[in-house]
Write a protein that binds this ligand. Structure first.
Ligand SMILES: *[C@@H]1O[C@H](CO)[C@@H](O)[C@H](O)[C@H]1NC(C)=O
Ligand SMILES: *[C@@H]1O[C@H](CO)[C@@H](O)[C@H](O)[C@H]1NC(C)=O
Ligand SMILES: *[C@@H]1O[C@H](CO)[C@@H](O)[C@H](O)[C@H]1NC(C)=O
Ligand SMILES: *[C@@H]1O[C@H](CO)[C@@H](O)[C@H](O)[C@H]1NC(C)=O
Ligand SMILES: *[C@@H]1O[C@H](CO)[C@@H](O)[C@H](O)[C@H]1NC(C)=O
Length: 477
């Protein structure tokens, strides 16, 4: 009679409401075998009938009064309740204490601690309070968990770290009967000499110059400069910037929330420099400068400002929880192939939104409707992140230990074409080792890490029923 015992813990009014709304649950019993004002229902699970007890009663037929101060659990926010010897706490006589999860406080753990209270975000970063954590949204050029680092290295146009072979352009201007070549490799800030900059060909109606940084970098600014040719100042007065990960598809830079391409203000003479900052920063491997308005000719010397992607999240550092537990990842970002409904009841549905590491409660994990290898749970990280690992955890249902003992991981940037995480040695799908019990954390590392917006976990082997709580590890970009 486990079914009835479990149901008896449910608040009567909630269930009554459910009964009215949901015909799935079954019919009322012809003879009410339940005591103390309980509701009797048939056609649910294996049992001939179940009793849904009124507040204050418990047991298979609701003939028992409440089993103790912790049943039902008076603690909020997934806190656990612990029965203690009666003590006084302030003015109140107590028989239990609530053990709060990180980020909550109060006698019943009803208060979400404001993790932003200590102002952890430096340099104008905007703090967002999470469950037991916070996140900082940093203004450019600041980066890092607390916006404490500045992403302002000169990337090497002037210094030479960017080689000639990394710089290309739509066209080149030749002057003095073709003797002077104003090639893209000359477009280096403060370059000296008679021929000391890039100039596009006169006939080129859509000029651009491109730098291939050879790996993904974070760009926070660009410094531009014109030049003089035959005593005449030539420079780019206004320009756009576009960027690419692969050198094939390009995105023109826009400010957050803007529909129009950003036009940056360029130079006003042959020699002085103009700095434009990118806020938000541009993350890309290829960057193109597209002149919009030029004086005399589109002539440019330049420098890029930015940093390596993971200055603040080196190999050991890029393993921050992505926010399953802290709820930085919101419910709307989680989805699954299906969800298991205990007795077909909505409030006992094992939704993907419950698959949060260390979640407590009756239904505290994701579980699909079928136990087969076509089921999956998906996280939409909302933008591309670097993912370095995953922590998984099982759960219990009615005292039965359930977990995923092996799984695969798939990822995507468009939610349409998916790649499986491969085993680097065999090049076949990597089978990750999952859990062995209802509660312990199993951590797996992605070697090498991958970049993705969407991540799917595909259960491959399981114990009892596919049941999963999880956290993704990684960092921005
Ligand atoms: C409650 O009912 C069960 C049968 O449903 C019975 O075995 C048990 O003795 C009853 N307990 C009390 C305290 O009445
Ligand atoms: C170029 O800039 C230098 C330094 O600002 C200035 O002395 C010179 O007159 C300028 N030349 C032209 C052609 O504008
Ligand atoms: C990674 O960065 C952390 C600080 O964020 C630092 O303490 C640690 O030593 C770095 N590790 C490596 C391998 O550079
Ligand atoms: C797995 O279960 C789903 C229902 O969730 C079903 O549509 C599918 O056919 C099943 N696949 C296999 C291989 O049994
Ligand atoms: C489930 O995990 C908890 C905490 O690790 C442990 O105390 C308990 O014995 C486990 N339950 C079962 C049924 O194995």
């Amino acid at each position: 009679m486990t079914a009835s015992r479990k149901a008896s813990e449910v608040n009567l009014t909630a269930i009554t409401l459910l009964l009215c709304l949901s015909p799935v649950i079954g019919d009322y019993c012809e003879v009410n075998n339940c005591h103390n004002g309980a509701t009797c229902v048939t056609g649910v699970g294996e049992e001939p009938f179940i009793c849904i007890c009124a507040d204050g009663f418990a047991g298979d037929t609701c003939n028992l009064t409440e089993t103790g101060p912790c049943s039902p659990n008076p603690c909020k926010n997934d806190a656990s309740c612990q029965v203690i010897a009666p003590t006084r706490r302030g003015d109140v006589f107590n028989e239990y204490i609530c053990n709060c999860r990180a980020g909550f406080e109060g006698a019943h753990c009803q208060t979400n601690v404001n993790d932003c209270a200590n102002r952890p975000c430096k340099n104008g970063g905007v703090c967002r309070d999470l469950d037991g954590d916070y996140s900082c949204q940093c203004p450019s050029p600041y980066v890092g968990k607390q916006c404490h680092l500045r992403c302002i290295s000169l990337l090497g146009m002037e210094g030479g770290a960017i080689a000639e072979s990394q710089i290309s352009a739509s066209s080149v201007h030749y002057s003095i009967l073709g003797l002077q070549r104003w090639g893209p490799e000359l477009a280096r800030l403060n370059n000296q000499g008679i021929v000391n900059a890039w100039t596009s060909a006169t006939h080129d109606k859509n000029p651009w110059i491109e730098i291939n940084m050879q790996k993904k970098m974070r760009l926070t600014g660009i410094i531009t400069q014109g030049a003089s040719r035959m005593g005449t100042a030539e420079y780019i007065k206004a320009f756009k910037v576009s960027s690419s990960f692969d050198g094939k598809t390009y995105t023109t830079y826009r400010m957050d929330g803007q529909r129009r391409d950003k036009v940056l203000v360029g130079n006003t003479d042959n020699d002085s420099t103009k700095t434009n900052l990118f806020d938000p920063p541009i993350v890309a491997q290829y960057i193109r400068i597209i002149p919009v308005v030029c004086r005399k000719a589109c002539t440019l010397r330049m420098e890029l400002v930015g940093c390596e992607l993971n200055v603040y999240s080196n190999t050991t550092g890029c393993s921050e929880p992505m926010g399953m537990k802290s709820r930085l990842i919101s419910d709307g970002q989680l989805s699954a192939s299906s969800s298991f409904r205990t007795w077909g009841i909505d409030s006992f549905t094992w939704l993907p939104q419950f698959a949060r590491l260390d979640k407590q409660g009756k239904t505290n994990a994701w579980s699909p409707s079928q136990n087969n290898r076509s089921e999956w749970i998906q996280v939409d990280l909302e933008k591309t992140k670097r993912l370095t690992g995953i922590v998984t955890q099982g759960a219990k249902d009615f005292g039965v230990v359930q977990f995923v003992s092996a799984f695969k991981v798939a990822y995507s940037n468009d939610e349409e074409s998916w790649s499986m995480v491969k085993d680097i040695n065999t090049d076949s799908d990597k089978l990750f080792q999952g859990n062995i019990d209802n509660n312990s954390h199993m951590k797996n590392v992605f070697e090498p890490p991958f970049y993705a917006r969407y991540v799917r976990v595909v259960p491959w082997e399981w114990h009892e029923r596919i049941t999963l709580r999880m956290e993704l590890l990684g960092c921005d970009d």
